[in-house]
Design a protein around this ligand. Structure first.
Ligand code: NAD
Length: 482
């Protein structure tokens, strides 16, 4: 068991119900994004550890699938309560490894608890059905069964909420799981597993492993015990994993991939309300959110007014260490994001965009980047086509509904989208014609445990959350009985 920063705590693997430390294993440091200093040493799972994890998931599946849904729900609900009790502790660990302000991190622990609760109950409602038979005396039934042991891969931006969605839906439906969270934010998932372990989860139902991502995913996906994979991250990695899943035996997959959310602000919009909602949504988690508002298409009549208000709101942000209570925007999660932001800003300016605010790294340690606004950005700039995944908003002007819908649908992504208008015909046209998994009209609240989260086009396939989120872990069986 190795720890460096006492506030952060130890890092371990969780395999077959055992917590395993660094003994004899390769380790890698986990860095605090606010300082660049190590806070902990993360043990990597060896090949033997990975094999033990998949074997444990298979053994546990045989009994976990037979545990009544009610009893599975009770364990998830008990774990949810433990997450609530531990929200301060979990929030602290998350801020130290991911950078987001402590209040946001603590809230993420509470939202994870809420997701556990919702999904636990939804697991009790995964009914089959009886279909009227065509032949007298015959009975047709459709039952739903858990798909089997699942391999899950999760990123660093929401290190508790994204795993919470996958873990809770798998466990509530009777599946078991081996999860490989991001090596950059390992403690948050460990806390979810700890709560489930303390709530009485049987050994092997959930296993947590870390390592070199490409090596771990290749081994887990190929393992014969694994029946399904689920991934959240970039489209390019998702594509690689989908190929591996297909080659390993046409394994089922859920893919939550990149986005590039358009925001359409019409001439009749409540501009002040739009500024308020969008400033919050854009800079939360320093913009490192796949549903972050990104391309701001603003009607030319209100463009300048919106930009002034938005810049004023962005200027009020206090960028700093997430452990400082005054901080409202933390550092970026890793130095790769700083390099990416700098390159995107430079490219946009070279293409003729105007830099209205920010545009540069801040301070001389940690991964801080200023809230940034680029206006009148042409379609040819990289940032109009590649997901920035950072605190940069880009604007362009439009004149007509058709023109802005064309822009919204122009990219091969279709995850989140937003619009601000007071006109119900416009709202209806957008509802019908925007290619996206989620559309927020006059608000940015598009992601609740009760609703499906997922994209179209290269943003992936399958949903998490809502009743749809359970489908990912269930297979159907039709039984005709005479
Ligand atoms: P990346 O594409 O290398 O990694 C994205 C995530 O996938 C990370 O968590 C990483 O650990 C994991 N990963 C990478 N290779 C993997 C593999 N072979 N098997 C399993 N997991 C693997 O890049 P990055 O620098 O971490 O992030 C860059 C981009 O990723 C961002 O710009 C954003 O577009 C995307 N991203 C999306 C989300 C999301 O919520 N959809 C989250 C994080 C990153």
């Amino acid at each position: 068991m190795t720890k460096i920063d006492d506030r952060y705590g130890a890092l371990q693997l969780f395999i077959a119900g055992e917590w395993l430390g660094a003994e004899g294993r390769v380790t890698e440091p986990v860095l605090n994004p606010a300082t660049g200093e190590p806070v902990g040493l993360l043990p990597h799972a060896s090949a033997a550890d990975l094999d033990r994890a998949t074997a444990a998931a298979e053994t546990a599946f045989a009994s976990w699938r037979r545990v009544p849904a009610y009893d599975r729900a009770m364990i998830l609900r008990k774990a949810a309560n433990l997450l609530r009790e531990r929200a301060d502790h979990i929030g602290r660990r998350m801020t130290l490894e991911q950078g987001k302000p402590f209040a946001e991190a603590r809230m993420e622990a509470l939202i994870s608890a809420d997701i556990f609760d919702y999904t636990a109950d939804e697991g009790r409602r995964t009914y089959g059905r009886i279909v009227p038979a065509r032949v007298p005396g015959m009975r047709w039934m459709v039952t739903r069964e858990p798909v089997g042991p699942v391999a899950a891969f999760t990123p660093w931006n929401f290190p508790a909420v994204i795993p919470a969605r996958k873990i809770s839906a798998a466990l509530a439906t009777g599946c078991t799981m081996v999860i490989k969270p991001s090596e950059e934010t390992p403690a948050s998932v460990m806390e979810l597993a700890r709560a489930l372990d303390d709530a009485g989860l049987p050994k092997g139902v959930l296993n947590v492993v870390y390592g070199v991502p490409g090596e771990v995913s290749e081994r887990l996906i190929a393992a014969p015990e694994i029946r399904k994979i689920t991934f959240t991250g970039s489209t390019s990695v998702g594509q690689q994993l989908a190929i591996l899943a297909a080659k390993a035996g046409v394994k089922r997959a859920t893919m939550e991939l990149g986005g590039h959310a358009p925001v359409m602000i019409f001439a009749d919009a409540d501009v002040d309300a739009a500024v308020q909602a969008l400033a919050g949504a854009k800079f939360r988690n320093a913009g490192q959110i796949c549903i972050a508002p990104t391309r701001f298409y603003i009607h030319e009549a209100v463009h300048d007014r919106f930009v002034e208000g938005f810049a004023a709101a962005a200027e009020k942000l206090k960028v700093g260490d997430g452990m400082d209570p005054a901080t409202t925007m933390g550092p970026l999660a890793n130095p790769r994001r700083i390099t990416a932001m700098q390159a995107l800003v430079e490219d946009a300016v070279n293409h003729g965009a105007s830099l209205r605010l920010g545009g540069e790294a801040l301070g001389n340690r940690g991964n801080f980047f200023a809230p940034t606004i680029l206006t009148d950005v042409p379609d040819t700039a990289r940032i109009m086509n590649e997901e920035p995944f950072g605190p940069i908003a880009v604007t362009a002007r439009f004149q007509s509904l058709d023109e802005v819908i064309h822009q919204a649908n122009r990219l091969p992504f279709g995850l989140a989208s937003y619009a601000f208008t007071r006109d119900s015909a416009t709202a209806q046209a957008l509802s019908d014609r925007v290619e996206a998994g989620m559309l927020g009209i006059n608000n940015t609240m598009i992601n609740m445990p009760e609703t499906p989260f997922g994209g179209v086009k290269q943003s992936g396939y399958g949903s998490e959350g809502g009743t749809e989120g359970m489908d990912a872990y269930l297979v159907t069986k039709t039984i005709s009985q005479s």
